[in-house]
Design a protein around this ligand. Structure first.
Ligand code: GTP
Ligand code: SPV
Ligand code: MN
Length: 610
């Protein structure tokens, strides 16, 4: 029985059912009974079935499940991700493009009868609190119970989403089939002009949880441009100060560069004693819109966290770990067989002696075989991009504003990336336009979150390179327009770098909870209660203005000098590279760069001197 009378939904579902030809169709209402039944089904599949999920130790990890994906299906695949708009120019130079009709024609035969012998699940969901003026509805059709269970954590899933939609045609149509998980025929395709996403031949996280990158960033960024709001790859956190006031900060870092960690940080002892508290509103995606008072407001469209497991431990991210202790799903981590619990590199220093590697191979905790990378040197128990899917309600520091339909007012926007050199620990842009330039200039060393080489410096404007659903030049123009609209109520824009290294490749900033010290400076700058050093690249902290109390041994004055150093020679090289990037990678390939950004580049060059 269908869950809605919405004629637009019913017509589209009929078409997709006719195409995929499932034996059975199940409408997902979000009820516990239904989810329990699906869990029972998927956990009782035989070992070796690629769809199999496992119950973990239900005393230690109640409600938690485990799943392994195919070894060639462990991350987003950017070279197989497409934005299909009528013209190539509308997709722009940062996206793979194909004509929509051509792409539909190519994919339709792949979906034909693909669900024969299987069940199609129809998942209605809301991105954002039900009833929020910023929320939007999506419907995902999938043949994967793993997807249903993940969507239940990551979104507000079930009948309420259809109730919110009413008769409207404004919903995102997602069609997913794992098919044969064939990497040669894997496609992650967005049709922004049709509000449609087609994903096929993957069963992994970001490729199949269509609410996330496909909808909440690629499709939503396109919608935002047309409707006057922004969809960004940003965490949202609140810092409650000793006086009780909470300031909200959004931060955009590329994949696996520290959003979840910053969003859930526990302040150093001195700050806790003074009464500071940090609250998490979101760890990956922010939808931003001017509110009635003219300030910029943010909601987290998601309802859970799809976080990187390796490196997560009680010290580095207590709150993330705590979030995974019940009703969570673990994907591609290792198993501690004796306890039927999970393990990953960086959880602790004791890999289990009786373990199952992320590939499913049983091993002894000393030598293992599952290789990452072609050189075979990098052997890991858990895949570097193994993840947990955890409900936001589990997070000990979840913000009381998490479900606020109006969102939270944003004081600061922060950009960042992994940079071994050049970029200082923190600096503030001169104004919104300069801040937009700073965002356009984000580059970062690549990580395991996407398939391909790791550790290569690449441009990742606003940490959105893989997620901008239209022409990057128009996207930058939209940023500038938003700034004009917000005027003097616009958030201040900063840039941070937690990843500066010494000559031996060691990080020189302790990071994690100590990033609070940088947030503290950022908030004081927003309040106008701390002065700054005006440099060629922007405002930097004055000597002594980053609080190092308690970490003086680690962050000596010499180290702080290195952290805050603006190396003119390196920055001149940066300018040459930015001009090359704007000209060759963007403008020459159909990206219309706003004149204001070229002016910012010229001004920066002039400030650095000849
Ligand atoms: P996505 O979910 O892929 O968007 O990633 P994310 O931006 O949320 O990254 P996450 O917080 O999961 O961190 C990824 C990796 O960066 C982990 O291995 C962390 O241990 C590491 N990391 C996070 N914060 C810091 C930091 O302040 N310093 C250092 N050195 N590493 C950090
Ligand atoms: C990212 O890669 O930025 C993620 C994980 O948050 S995924 O959902 O796979 O995109
Ligand atoms: Mn992300």
């Amino acid at each position: 029985m269908s869950l809605t009378n919405n004629a637009n939904v019913l017509k589209w579902v009929d078409e997709m059912v006719a195409l995929c030809n499932p034996d059975k169709v199940v409408w997902i209402d979000g009820s516990k009974e239904q989810l329990d039944e699906l869990t029972a089904q998927v956990t009782s599949l035989p070992d070796g079935d690629p769809n199999k999920m496992y119950y973990l130790n239900q005393d230690k990890l109640p409600g938690c499940l485990y799943h392994r994906t195919a070894v060639n299906d462990v991350a987003r695949v950017e070279d197989r991700t497409f934005i299909c708009t009528k013209t190539k120019e509308d997709a722009g130079p940062t996206n793979n493009w194909c004509d929509p009709e051509e792409m539909y024609a190519k994919l339709r035969p792949m979906y034909k009868d693909v669900m024969k012998g299987q069940t199609m699940y129809i998942i209605p969901y809301s991105m954002g609190p039900i009833g929020s003026p910023l929320a939007k509805v999506g419907v995902e059709l999938t043949d994967s119970i793993y997807v249903v269970l993940n969507m239940n954590i990551m979104t507000r899933m079930g009948k309420a989403a259809f109730d919110m939609l009413g008769d409207s045609n404004d919903f995102v149509r997602g069609l997913h089939s794992k098919a044969n998980v064939d990497p040669e025929n894997r496609y992650i395709v967005q049709f922004p002009e049709d509000n449609t996403i087609w994903s096929i031949n993957s069963a992994y996280g970001g490729n199949v949880i269509l609410s996330k990158k496909c909808f909440a960033l690629r499709i939503a960024s396109f919608q935002g441009k047309n409707e006057g709001w922004m969809a960004e790859h940003m965490l949202i956190l609140g810092v409650q100060k000793p006086d009780g006031e909470t300031k909200y900060v959004c931060a955009a870092f590329p994949s696996a560069c520290g959003k979840t960690n910053l969003a859930m940080l526990i302040p150093p002892e001195g700050y806790l004693k003074d009464g500071y508290k940090v609250f998490t509103v979101g760890d990956d995606i922010a939808w931003l819109k001017p509110g009635k008072d003219g300030r910029l407001y943010a909601i987290n469209p998601e309802n859970g966290f799809f976080g990187v497991a390796p490196g997560t431990n009680a010290k580095s991210n207590f709150n993330a770990l705590a979030s995974t202790m019940k009703n969570a799903i673990f994907t591609n981590v290792a198993l501690n067989n004796a306890e039927n619990t999970v393990w990953w590199e960086g959880l602790d220093k004791n890999p289990p002696e009786d373990a199952t590697e992320w590939t499913g191979i049983k091993t002894n905790g000393k030598e293992w075989t599952s290789e990452i990378g072609a050189d075979g040197k990098n052997k890991k128990l858990a895949h570097p991009n193994s993840r947990f899917t955890a409900p936001a309600v589990n997070c000990p520091c979840i913000s009381p504003e998490f479900d606020n339909p109006e969102g939270v007012p944003v004081s600061a926007i922060v950009f960042g990336g992994r940079r071994a050199s050049t970029t200082p620990l923190v600096y503030q842009s001169f104004d919104w336009t300069h801040g937009t330039y700073v965002g356009s200039a984000v580059s970062s060393e690549t990580t395991a979150a996407a398939a391909g080489a790791v550790g290569v410096l690449r441009h990742d404007p606003m940490a959105m390179k893989p997620f901008i659903g239209y022409n990057v030049g128009d996207y930058w123009a939209h940023w500038l327009e938003m700034g004009e609209k917000l005027g003097d109520k616009a958030p201040k824009i900063f840039n941070v770098n937690w990843f500066k290294q010494d000559e031996n490749g060691n990080f020189i900033w302790p990071g994690f909870g100590d990033n609070m010290r940088v947030l503290d400076w950022i908030i004081k700058r927003c309040e106008g209660t701390v002065d700054a050093e005006e440099t060629a690249i922007g405002y930097l902290p004055k000597k002594g203005d980053i609080n190092v109390s308690g970490i003086e041994d680690e962050v000596t004055p010499e180290i702080m000098d290195k952290l805050l150093n603006v190396d003119t020679d390196l920055w001149k090289k940066e300018i040459v590279e930015m001009r090359r990037y704007y000209n060759d990678d963007i403008a020459a390939k159909g990206g219309k760069i706003p004149a204001a950004l070229y002016e910012e580049l010229d001004k920066l060059e002039a400030r650095l001197g000849k």
